[in-house]
Design a protein around this ligand. Sequence first.
Ligand code: CO8
Length: 260
Amino acid sequence: SNNKILVELDESSGVATMKFKSPPVNSLSLDFLTEFCISLEKLENNRACRGVILTSAIPKIFSSGLDITEMCGKSTEHYAEFWRAVQEMWLRVYGCNMVMIAAVNGSSPAGGCLIALSCDYRIMVDNPKFSIGLNETQLGIVAPFWFKDTFVNVVGQRIAERSLQLGALHPAPEALKLGVVDELVPEEKLQERAAAVMAQWLALPDHARQITKSMMRKTVLDRLISHREEDIQHFISFTSKESIQKSLRMYMEMLRKKSG
Ligand code: CO8
């Protein structure tokens, strides 16, 4: 069903909000990713829209990252289709001409963190119960090079190197200290603050800001664009390994036990 992402465009300010609403945890399933890309593309093609705020309609969770069930016990064709959709999501957000602001109102592991890192600015709710980070190693998997590149471009080599190896999920105050997010605000101030930051960014002439953004991000975008098929093949062979399947199953089991 086409209702995992609620889109609202305020034509007077030129600002759209995309709210993730895919219970229970906004995991990035193939359906979610497909709808996300279509929604973003529509906004890109709408001249009335100049900026997008990404946030969640689900309390306490921004996004739980890639839907692990899409990576478990599926066919090679399915893995290829899924991974292409993950790549597409990143290429669209990281390469987006519009101003993208993440209003992170809950936990944001792995793929959820990647979405936030791909925006121009991150505001997170000031609650130490919410954490954000690329925790792939904790699942026994490896963050792809373009996840790593995006992370390095936000926090720098040293912090990324340590955080990625440890698969660290940083509670909001620590995420601020490390530069994973740009600021923390009380939950009830989040939308207002996101709108205020957006207004600052939109005060610049679009063309100069867009060319500058593209100049900063082009190398990293091109690295995936020119190795896209290889990256898909790599994902398929990695994910198909029995040892990786076992790690993912054990991790899902651990999540179920924790909640049950
Ligand atoms: N995918 C699928 N199902 C999930 C996911 C997920 N990512 N996360 C949670 N769920 C399921 C749980 O299994 C649970 O199911 P059930 O109700 O059947 O038990 C349900 O959602 C609710 O989860 P919780 O009870 O855990 O909900 P909480 O509110 O207690 O916690 C969290 C929410 C914090 C989001 C928690 O669920 C969590 O930590 N989830 C795991 C997040 C995670 O580690 N994601 C990593 C995904 S991997 C990724 O994004 C990048 C992979 C790159 C691949 C590279 C390969 C080459």
